[in-house]
Design a protein around this ligand. Structure first.
Ligand code: ADP
Ligand code: MG
Ligand code: MG
Length: 514
């Protein structure tokens, strides 16, 4: 039989083959926590009043084909990206220069910055160690201008807060290996899907190891209370099992106790000792209390997480504490799309400032796609022309300083959007060239429905970085731990501009390297 090529992948399945694959996929997913809480549109809350139901997470039936060289490069440069973004987070002056351009036109960035200043004013930071659980996201890009274009990786964005799916990613790569092992993939795919080409993501255990590293670096209890890591979460989190995998790996692999605290309940269940030790009292056991070594934010990245002024007071309270933050406010701000745009400015000195090794810097630079400001600079004026002309705008995406998906404006929607926005607010956005990955196909199972067709894949590479801020004598600080922490592949239908799995556009996937 002819080996399959890229274009006839994935293979057609007979009805019986599809039944076999799907029934095994569904059972394995639930049995292994490759699951989400059901969407209200899928099961109405009244049908599940006690909240016991879960459903399979959106997944691809087949691992998507991914160029091996791109995959290896993405993993190889993650430590450099960790170094870069931790260095930015340690450089308050530099970050301030970025934030100043946004502060009058972006309320959320302004609030984060003011909270940072409030910590400084109210006695300053008492913890000089910070943790980053990062995720650098990429798409494969082929430059059509080159006659024999070899695929390269272009960065979509760099996440410094609440980088999600590390838990489910480990499970989906294990699922695809299982489907191969039980012969759910037809023999015609054997030349492509084989054990050696499937990549197991170790993200769940490696991210847990990152949290454990911070927990350990915190040191012994100052209060003789037991120690814990505190997950700050959103109230109605559907993607809870993704987080649970990290919690279980922390307990089982590292012996570290965790608690989940909805961000809005921070002030009711935590307090600061005189020396700013963060003490957590579980509502289930009001007479006991734990000393928090590490605050892991899976909430707090979006304005919706702060409906009231008290929520900003809660963030300040956590930032002032002695617990290690993942991330700190400065680390969160380092993840602004504006920072990515400034780093990508051609011939700018910024990258070299943070990555002095020029060979390392060159490899990172090669992953930057063109990004422009929309300010009064020369580049900004050029970009304003591109963004307001319907023909040229169709090659771009417009991004505000926001996280979590659903915030961008794409292609032809950009000119009318800008027309409605006062020009003084345009610099709050950056304009980025769309990355156009080569065409691929797959099948996605989402809410029980099978969708087949053209897809777009986005590779995320996780990184763990633990560092100590510099004192005034040693402004550079010190990186204490730095490692690559597995990968995520997210796949969406090629008709959708957005890619968020949780936001309802995509599926978790794994790489079949070719
Ligand atoms: P967020 O922080 O909200 O996740 P992203 O920058 O990742 O914002 O954009 C959301 C989604 O939009 C991405 O997952 C991707 O699918 C799409 N996207 C963003 N930038 C680009 C780009 N330059 N080219 C192609 N798609 C993009
Ligand atoms: Mg993203
Ligand atoms: Mg993001």
């Amino acid at each position: 039989m002819e080996p399959l090529g890229w274009l006839d992948y994935p293979p057609e399945l007979s009805d019986a083959e599809e039944q076999y694959l799907l029934s095994n996929l569904k059972d394995w997913s639930i049995a292994h926590g490759l699951a989400v809480r059901p969407a209200p549109s899928f099961i109405q809350p009244s049908q599940d009043p006690s909240g016991v139901l879960a459903s399979t997470a959106p997944v691809t039936l087949f691992p998507s084909l991914f160029p091996r060289s791109c995959f290896e490069e993405g993993l190889a440069i993650q430590k450099a990206y960790n170094e870069l973004y931790s260095a930015i987070a340690r450089d308050e002056k530099w970050l301030q220069s970025i934030v100043e351009e946004l502060i009058d036109i972006d309320d959320f960035v302004a609030k984060l910055w003011q909270t940072h200043l409030a910590v400084r004013k109210q006695g300053g930071y008492v913890q000089d160690i910070s943790l980053g659980l990062f995720r650098s996201d990429y798409m494969v890009h082929k430059d059509p201008a080159q006659s024999d274009p070899t695929p390269g990786l272009k960065q979509v964005e760099f996440n410094t807060i609440a980088s999600s799916f590390g838990g489910l990613s480990s499970q989906v790569s294990a699922l695809h290996k299982y489907l191969l092992a039980i012969d759910a993939y037809p023999s015609s795919t054997a030349s492509l899907i084989k054990a050696g080409s499937l990549r197991q993501s170790l993200s769940a255990s490696l991210l847990a190891e990152g949290l454990a590293t911070a927990h350990k670096a915190y040191g012994n209890s100052k209060t003789s209370r037991p120690l814990c890591v505190l997950f700050i979460v959103q109230d109605a989190e559907r993607n809870v099992f993704d987080q649970r995998h990290l919690e279980y790996a922390l307990l089982e692999g590292n012996g570290v106790r965790t608690f989940r605290l909805p961000f809005g309940e921070t002030m009711s269940h935590t307090k600061l000792d005189a020396d700013q030790t963060l003490v957590y009292t579980p509502p289930s056991s009001p007479s006991s209390s734990f000393e928090v070594t590490t605050v892991y934010f899976r909430a707090g990245y979006a304005p919706d997480d702060y409906p009231n002024e008290e929520d900003w007071a809660a963030r300040l309270h956590l930032e002032k504490s002695k617990a290690i933050k993942c991330p700190s406010i400065l680390t969160q701000l380092a993840g602004c799309k504006k920072v990515q745009q400034v780093l990508a400015t051609p011939h700018s000195p910024h990258l070299q400032r943070f990555l002095p090794d020029s060979e390392v810097a060159a490899r990172v630079l090669a992953t930057f796609a063109p990004i422009y400001p929309l300010d009064d600079s020369e580049a900004g004026k050029e970009a304003r022309k591109l963004a307001t002309d319907p023909t040229s705008a169709s090659r771009y995406v417009l991004k505000p300083q926001r996280e979590g998906g659903g915030n961008n404006i794409y292609r032809k929607a950009i000119p009318p959007f800008l027309q409605k926005l006062p020009e003084t607010h345009w610099p709050a956005y950056i304009l980025m060239e769309m990355i156009e990955p080569p065409p691929l196909s797959n099948a996605i199972l989402r809410n029980g429905e099978l969708q087949r067709g053209g897809v777009i894949c986005e590779l995320g590479v996780y990184g763990v970085c633990l560092w100590r801020d510099g004192s005034s004598a040693d402004a550079k600080g010190e990186v204490m731990e730095n490692f690559e922490a597995g990968y995520l592949l997210r796949t969406k239908g090629d008709q959708s501009e957005e890619g968020g799995v949780a936001a309802g556009f995509g599926a978790v996937d794994s790489c079949c390297l070719v």
